[in-house]
Design a protein around this ligand. Structure first.
Ligand code: BGP
Length: 484
């Protein structure tokens, strides 16, 4: 029996924080690192998407190139995480530090060494690294030369990268995830989501139908690569816990109209089939039917199906920020989910400055849904509130809105454990230290407990300071969730 504490959480509950290499490390060309797809994305403006440029273009603002310079400052940052009491730290390995172009025979030793040193620094404080292999990036060379995940060959490159990491860090890292938010490409009409998830940069002559087909093809190669990595990882170290990672945004029907309900149900399937494949080892029946009926014929071999069955994950990692609500429209008689067109405002919720609804109960719903579908432990590997912070004249930052958001979500999380029996491994709120926002490419959308002095134009000293939420989260961890 797992030992629990006053709050009902496991004694060894993994409290921590989450970040991604491309959004905080900076040093984008240091020590042999290659250019990744995230390095060719400019900063956006408020509510305006980031531009994906054709290689690195002089004079453009690429926020990830310096980010918050964690690469050179990680010792100080990890010290602050330790002060908060972190039991784990979720970050990713930049593929381009290990294989700068992605298709080399030998890895880059300097890149491997950076993660060795950084993991040692975590372990020094008893902080477990929780590592995503690919978080919104791949070597840009694999995009230009191979077309990203539209190409089956990329499976071999990824598997090689995974194997090198598993072998090298097998005594330092126990918790792994293969791809971050692999299902974000559902919205393949969004250039950013598809490029970061699949390395797909569509060509002008590719129609919407072709784009959809390419998304399913790329996704299939990714789930096969993920399953192969799980298999190999378990061979290298049977104690590894290897999870998948989906963005979980429950889809609610706008009304009790059966059409809305069916639309919401279909939308859930279109968003989460990746998790079915990764956790259960097969495509859901409805997706197979969808491929057949819409003449989508992904290259799925009998051998792939065996690999998928043999490479199922140990736990379900997921991010939770909000929910969405959909309404049926006669433009969509086949319940083919496309996203924004059917999305409506939910009157039961407040919205943040970026139009994201705030829905703590949705977290409990998500934990229940994932548990009942997959019968595996779950880990909340991202959750958080992006907000503009104000630095007072004395340097303090009173981010009570962030504390309110996290407190409400943690309460629901604990209820799901105690009332619903969810087996929860850990909680790592997103952006525990301010970093570059993935969606906007800006610094001003902040999530951190630790403030970083840098603005959207790249000005600032990069100095770190503690927000009020820093002390609050420290207390939460110290009481294992009993004192919120
Ligand atoms: C998730 C990503 C993260 C992160 C977060 C917040 O989708 O996994 O990389 O950035 O969302 O999103 P944003 O930065 O756009 O606010």
């Amino acid at each position: 029996m797992t030992e629990t504490t006053k709050s009902g959480l496991r004694k060894d509950f993994l409290w921590g924080g989450a970040v991604a290499a491309n959004q905080l490390e900076g040093a984008f060309d240091a020590d042999g690192k290659g250019v990744s797809v995230s390095d060719i994305m400019t900063a956006g403006a408020y509510q305006k998407p980031r531009e994906i440029t054709d290689g690195i273009v002089a004079g453009k603002n690429y926020p990830n190139h310096e980010a918050i310079d964690f690469y050179h400052r990680y010792k100080g940052d990890i010290k602050l995480f330790a002060e908060m009491g972190f039991k784990c730290f979720r970050t990713s390995i930049a593929w381009t530090r290990i294989f700068p172009n992605g298709d080399e025979d030998e890895p880059n030793e300097a890149g491997l060494k950076f993660y060795d040193d950084m993991f040692d620094e975590c372990l020094k404080y008893g902080i477990e690294p929780v590592i995503t292999l690919s978080h919104f990036e791949m070597p840009y060379h694999l995009v230009t030369e191979y077309g990203g995940w539209r190409n089956r060959k990329v499976i071999d490159f990824f598997v090689k990268f995974a194997k090198v990491c598993f072998k090298r860090y097998k005594n330092k890292v126990k918790y792994w995830m293969t791809f971050n938010e692999i299902n974000n490409q559902t919205t393949y009409t969004n250039d950013f989501s598809i490029a970061t998830d699949s390395g797909l940069i569509f060509r002008d002559n590719e129609s919407e139908a072709e784009r959809e087909a390419l998304m399913y093809q790329a996704s299939h190669y990714e789930v096969v690569a993920s399953a192969l990595a799980v298999k190999i990882g378990h061979k290298i170290n049977p104690d590894f816990e290897i999870g998948n990672m989906v963005n979980f945004t429950p889809v609610y029907p706008a009304s009790s109209d059966p059409k809305d309900i069916l639309l919401a149900e279909k939308a859930m399937q279109r968003r989460y089939w990746w998790a079915d494949v990764q956790a259960l080892g097969e495509y859901p029946v409805g997706m197979e039917a969808y491929f057949k009926n819409h003449d989508l014929r992904p290259d799925i071999t009998a051998e792939d199906r065996v690999v998928l069955r043999e490479g199922t994950v140990d736990y379900i990692g997921f991010s939770y920020y909000n929910s969405m609500t959909v309404k049926y429209s006669d433009d969509n008689p086949e319940f083919k989910f496309v996203g924004d067109r059917e999305t409506v405002k939910n009157p039961n919720m407040k919205y943040n400055d970026w139009g994201w609804p705030v829905d703590p109960i949705g977290l409990r719903y998500s934990m229940n849904w994932l548990t009942e579908h997959y019968h595996k432990p779950v880990m909340i590997v991202e959750n958080g509130f992006g907000a503009y912070d104000k630095v007072e004249s004395d340097g303090s930052i009173h981010d009570d809105y962030r504390v309110d958001y996290l407190r409400a979500h943690i309460k629901q999380m604990i209820t799901a454990v105690n009332e619903d029996g969810v087996d929860l491994m850990g909680y790592t709120p997103w952006g525990c230290i301010d970093l570059v926002s993935a969606g906007t490419g800006q610094m001003s959308k902040r999530y951190g407990f630790i403030y970083v002095d840098k603005d959207d134009e790249g000005n600032g000293t990069l100095a770190r300071s503690k927000k009020d939420s820093f002390y609050w989260y420290q207390k939460v961890i110290r009481s294992n969730g009993a004192d919120l």
